[in-house]
Design a protein around this ligand. Sequence first.
Ligand code: SIN
Length: 316
Amino acid sequence: MNRQTIVILGTGGTIAGRAASASDNIGYTAAEVGIEQLVAAIPGLADAGPLIAEQVAQLDSKDMSFAVWAKLAGRVNHFLAQPDVAGIVVVHGTDTLEETAYFLQAVCSPAKPVVLTCAMRPATALVPDGPQNMLDAVAVARHPGAKGVVAVCAGSVHTARDVQKVHPYQVDAFSSGDAGPLGYVEEGSLRLLRNWPEADANRAPDAKKIMAALDGATDWPHVEIVMSHAGARGAVVQALMQQGVRGLVVATTGNGTVHQALEAALLEAQAAGVSVVRATRCPNGRVLPKPGDLIPDSQGLSPVKARIDLMLRLLG
Ligand code: SIN
């Protein structure tokens, strides 16, 4: 176990939530308890080595913004550059955790561990899940050889690329789909099932350029997600084009199929210079490309991650 410093960055979420009654697991306000207080309330968290806690933001992650992402990436890079820092734990809401994880992996490509963790029950719950998740996250951040952005929840470790919130209520709310988890945390020990995520070879060289662009950007490229479904229409695409949208991810049915009315509008948008990408709305698997496909696929990224990828490509 690595005894160097672990930095814990707070961003809010249910894990920092407060309810009027200890028996209420859903009627709470997220992002109320400060990160110092959360850390101080967990016996044994600092037993394995020093910790630094910093509040980067305090929000319900459904309201995550580009500005908070840029600030968070800046703090992650700042602390990762310190030789005495072994890794970082980011305390986050569950609702957009997978998006922040993917964003941080893309822009920071860390050679040290950056571990996102969360909770499904507020800090005031009779049996909160946050403290155990934070203990597990710190154990993963201290694990020798750990690297890349991962998420830890309910004893499972997921990569940024695969992790997805799959349940709105249960404590074990995340899955890595058919890729399976990276590992499990068992009584403070990590049982690793596959290799740590590597820096994305396509992304890593322009990570610096993207960080520089994020620094100065007040507005990121306008990229939206539209969904194909029974009775889908092209009007939504036309409306977005009038708003100057630069990229569109279509959450497709099955293996990349799109309702013909929506597809016609997307092809028109593509011909007009809008970047269009297909990502399946199925929770498992990926779009398998076929000769003659007119719209590129997301290379296995879910719609929300394909959107981030497209936004960064338009920014880079
Ligand atoms: C949030 O995402 O900030 C609220 C919901 C949660 O953390 O479970």
